[in-house]
Design a binder for this molecule. Structure first.
Ligand code: ZN
Length: 337
């Protein structure tokens, strides 16, 4: 509680295909491409998308919808949303930066169809970057698996010679039922192949715009779009650098009450913090889930987490009306730095 800096590593799994567009069209084989790492061409979920979703959903959970978007924030020093994510106020450019930084979410295990059913592909390098312990690939192995079979294995269209015996040391990040379900279906490949395998096995769909007047397809309105497929595992890091010395979180999660007056003195909405008339924005830290109370959100990381948790229901990125976007946060662990 005394440390003002923390690095939190999170594991996510896509529950739907996730499409975070680049805003560009007709760049490659699809009309609407997704965001990628420039060097590896590996799809990713940009940190800005995660940050935006976390802010939005945390604001809903704290009943502070005014502070959800990119402007019109209350800017109050005791607002957990503005404190955590920062705020911008009015045209006089008044504002302040938040205390959290969210990294891109990068692929950890990517689902691919094989002759042995679905397998999840990764590389030694990627696993180590995510802080997991794994041995080097055995010499001369093209695919190193945790399957109970050896020999040829196809990853989509690509046929490789496989060897089994892969073991990944769990450091807490993998302690969840979703990982346990794929644990014996992992395949590690060489880094040079990974991007090719991922990009050949993305979800690609074709849709057509419907003319609302005729109810028929618009002329030339057929378009394709790609997405990170369902059941992809990703990891990201959230850095909390609470340079404001945690002054919001005194006494380990004191119950602050916020009273919202719709018609304040100047005719605007006004918030009164720590006002007896108000409702508790966040419960005491001593409250646990087991007594039916919500979690005690008692530091900036808890606020981010509260927002990220709702991405499982409300989704991130585009194509939401086509059933895209839900992202489940599986686990997190603080990394000692
Ligand atoms: Zn606010």
């Amino acid at each position: 509680m005394t440390r003002n800096f923390s690095l939190n590593r999170c594991l996510f799994m896509t529950v739907d295909p996730v499409h975070i567009g680049t805003g560009g069209y007709r760049l490659g084989r699809v009309d609407a491409a997704i965001a990628r790492e420039p060097g590896t061409k590996l799809p990713k979920i940009p940190g800005t998308s995660l940050h935006g979703a976390a802010r939005h959903y945390a604001a809903y959970r704290y009943n502070k919808p005014d502070c959800a978007g990119q402007k019109g924030h209350c800017g109050n020093g005791t607002c957990p949303i503005c404190y955590t994510f920062g705020f911008a106020k009015g045209s006089d450019a008044q504002g302040y930066a938040g205390v959290v930084s969210v990294s891109d979410a990068r692929i950890l295990f990517f689902p691919v169809n094989s002759m042995h059913g679905p397998v999840w592909v990764s590389t030694v390098y990627i696993l180590r970057e995510a802080g997991l312990k794994v041995d080097d690939m055995p010499e001369g192995t093209e695919a190193w698996t945790s399957l109970d079979k050896e020999g040829d294995i196809n990853l989509g269209w690509l046929m490789l010679k496989s060897k089994n015996g892969l073991k990944i040391e769990d450091n807490g990040l993998l302690d969840n039922s979703e990982y346990k379900a794929i644990k014996n279906r992992l395949v590690l490949v060489d880094d040079s192949l990974f991007s090719r395998i991922v990009n050949s096995n993305l979800e690609v769909r074709t849709s057509v715009s419907i003319d609302p007047v005729t109810g028929a397809a618009d002329e030339g309105a057929l378009f394709t779009y790609e997405a990170i497929p369902r059941a992809t595992f990703l990891w990201a890091e959230v850095v909390v650098d609470d340079y404001r010395d945690k002054n919001l979180w005194k006494d380990g999660g004191i119950i602050w009450k916020c009273y919202k007056e719709e018609n304040g003195p100047d005719g605007k909405v006004k918030y009164y913090n720590n006002d007896e008339k108000g409702r508790a924005l966040y419960p005491a830290a001593t409250n646990g889930l087991n007594n039916g109370e919500p979690k005690g959100w008692k530091c900036a990381w808890d606020v981010v987490n509260a927002g990220l948790e709702w991405s499982e229901y409300l989704g991130i990125g585009g194509m939401g009306t086509r059933g895209f976007g839900r992202l489940r946060k599986l686990t997190d662990r603080e990394v000692q730095v």
